[in-house]
Design a protein around this ligand. Structure first.
Ligand code: NCD
Length: 308
């Protein structure tokens, strides 16, 4: 199907048709990931990963995805220290140059909007792997893929988003994507100062979803999906400010005992202290299983953007 996707820059730009097509593509590639195989769909193509911020999963996930698609990878995990930006090059010029080498680019950058600048000068597709606190569309898509696989459908469920909803780009992406589905209930659990930005709450309400905002973690126990996130230390003005919120919500086995038997707990990782290690044994904890869903989703995204 022709989805007319030139780049994948912002979750809010995705249509329901595009989201559903990407879910289908991810499902197609999931066995390749689970059986640790390789296909040759992207043979001869090169993916470049340009990371200006720390990453473990996202960069390796994209690189694994490209390798399992049969393509090749060029990568710089430390663009902020070792690329020509140290010599004063603009992101625009970096974009132009790398797009003359690679067939597709993935960028993570601390500044909102930087990925648009890169894409504006690129002659190949660009994927946003996180732009500051704003958005992280591929993580949002892999989370929605996880929910679909684990719940079997994407309508009429309750999702509790817990933690730093202000600076957490992952929950922003989840809102923008889930907004397209029907009759969802959102329970937003955060400290008052770290509430979900109003634009997302308004967007969900306008589209007929129910949104409850609370500081009380107990409200998350009724949910079908608990989407937990870390307090985003790097986005605070000072360490002192961060310390006010560190450890504010901790998911424990005791909390899980109050949740639904068939609920799922998702988290993009890394975790700091917000999920106790003992919770890993709980079959409702899906955060490690999400890693495979993530590679499959990124295979789907790359394949789509390359028109494979
Ligand atoms: C997230 C990110 O970078 O926004 N991690 C990820 O991509 N897996 C979440 C986070 O860092 O808290």
């Amino acid at each position: 199907m022709l989805l007319l996707m030139q780049h994948l820059l912002h979750s809010r730009d995705l249509s329901k048709v595009q989201i559903e097509a990407l879910l289908e593509r991810a499902e197609h590639y999931l066995p390749v990931v689970q059986e640790r195989r390789k296909v040759n769909d992207a043979e001869g193509k090169v993916l470049a990963t340009l990371f200006y911020e720390p990453s473990t999963r996202t960069r390796f996930s994209f690189e694994t995805a490209m390798l399992r698609l049969g393509g090749d990878v060029i990568s710089n995990a430390h663009m902020q220290y070792t690329s020509s930006i140290k010599k004063g090059e603009t992101i625009r010029d970096t974009g132009t140059v790398i797009s003359h080498m690679a067939d597709i680019m993935v960028m993570r950058h601390p500044l909102e909007g930087s990925v648009d600048e890169l894409a504006s000068a690129s002659i190949v597709p660009v994927i946003n792997a996180g732009d500051g606190p704003a958005d992280h569309p591929t993580q949002g898509l892999l989370d929605i893929f996880t929910i679909k696989q684990e719940l079997g459908q994407l309508e009429e469920f309750t999702i509790a988003m817990v933690g730093d909803l202000r600076y957490g780009r992952v929950v922003h992406a989840q809102c923008a994507i889930l907004n397209h589905f029907k009759r969802l209930r959102f329970v937003m659990v955060s400290p008052e100062e770290l509430r979900m930005p109003k634009e997302y709450v308004d967007l969900l309400k306008e589209d007929g979803h129910q949104v409850i905002e609370t500081e009380d973690l107990e409200a998350a126990a009724q949910a079908d999906v608990i989407s937990d996130t870390r307090i985003q230390e790097e986005r605070f003005d000072s360490h002192k400010e961060y310390m006010k919120y560190k450890g504010v919500y901790i998911i424990t086995p005791e909390f899980m005992s109050k949740c639904k038997k068939d609920a799922i707990l998702i988290h993009p990782l890394p975790r700091v202290d917000e999920i106790e290690l003992a919770v890993d044994e709980d079959s409702r904890a899906k955060y490690f299983k999400q890693v495979e869903y993530g590679v499959a989703m990124r295979m789907g995204i790359i394949a789509e953007l390359l028109g494979l």
